[in-house]
Design a protein around this ligand. Structure first.
Ligand SMILES: Nc1ncnc2c1ncn2[C@@H]1O[C@H](COP(=O)(O)OP(=O)(O)OP(=O)(O)O)[C@@H](O)[C@H]1O
Ligand SMILES: [Mg+2]
Length: 281
């Protein structure tokens, strides 16, 4: 069994004249806690959209467990174990976390989308839903309609839904963005406690989270991989410092938009400021 779970090679995505993804090669190791960072507009979300099949690549190849998945539809990639966090949609808004998770578990296990008989008849579905509720600090709100949940709880439910699909690879796009300070800690703890056998690719502007979470980091700038390395290597890389410190405009950086958490060190572009990561030189 290869050490690499998910891989992309020479990935290119053009939107008209914009090259959002420029010859990106990235390998996600088994069990990795891999962070993808870069300024706003660097192409991080586009890369996730290419990996999950929401967008078709202009060029390049994507493999999951050695199998070429470049041409597969999004749902086929999910079935093979690559799952991203879902935005809670209208369907889920009127359902409770318990109902939602029972539905997803039931559907994933091929038991159909009628969660109510599943919940009544299938003890295993109910047990798994309860387990996810506990793991994601949702037990006490299990019977409230999702639309009435606090924002942090909704983000927890999004990750719980993804885990209910039993992923090998989990792609998280800014899980703490916009979450109020009082709800952040619970979310950070939960992300830190994700199962070790699930390989995680995390996009995040909050450098406190990135540096406490990641064992590997890739820096994307203008659609291109600037560098990849351990958190220490990234924190001490002069080119990365240049992107985040002072030369941001040349490198395509912009201040974080509303809702993006800046690092607690208070630097201009949400750059690393903690965890012994000496990015301030
Ligand atoms: N559907 C699209 N059509 C045209 N251009 C797009 C489309 N999606 C993304 N882009 C462009 O591709 C580039 C990369 O955008 P992307 O959203 O991937 O960046 P990002 O790194 O996720 O940024 P952020 O940190 O702000 O979330 C940007 O210039 C963006 O305007
Ligand atoms: Mg994005």
């Amino acid at each position: 069994m290869s050490d690499i779970v998910l891989s992309c090679e020479g990935l290119v995505k053009r939107f008209g004249g914009i090259t959002a993804t420029n010859n990106v090669t990235l390998n996600l190791r088994r069990g990795a806690r891999h962070a993808l960072i870069g300024p706003n507009g660097a192409g991080k979300t586009t890369l996730i959209n290419l990996l999950t099949g929401v967008l078709d690549a202009t060029e390049g190849r994507i493999t999951l467990e050695g199998k070429d998945i470049s041409k597969l539809a999004p749902h086929e990639r999910v079935r093979l174990g690559m799952v991203r966090t879902f935005q809670i949609n209208q369907l889920f808004a009127s359902m409770t976390p318990l109902e939602t998770l029972a539905l997803v578990v039931s559907q994933h296990r091929g038991l159909g989308t009628k969660w109510w008989p599943s919940l009544g008849k299938d003890a295993a579905v109910a047990a798994r839903a309860e387990e996810l509720l506990a793991q994601f600090h949702l037990s006490e709100v299990a019977d409230q309609r999702t639309e009435h949940l606090a924002y942090g709880k909704r983000r927890l439910l999004e990750i719980a839904i993804a885990l209910a699909c039993e992923p090998r690879v989990l792609l998280l796009d800014e899980p703490v963005a916009g979450v109020p300070a009082g709800e952040r800690e619970e979310l950070l703890q939960t992300v830190a406690a994700l199962p070790a056998d699930v390989s995680v690719l995390l996009i995040e502007h909050d450098m406190d989270l990135v540096f406490s979470f990641a064992d590997r980091m890739t820096v994307l700038v203008n659609g291109t991989v600037l560098t990849e390395g351990t958190p220490d290597e990234i924190a001490n890389n002069p080119e990365v410092k240049a992107v985040y410190l002072g030369h941001g405009e040349e490198a395509g950086a912009a201040p974080p938009p509303e809702g993006h958490q800046a690092a607690s060190g208070g630097s201009a572009a949400g750059l690393p400021a903690s965890s012994g990561a000496n990015l301030h030189g």
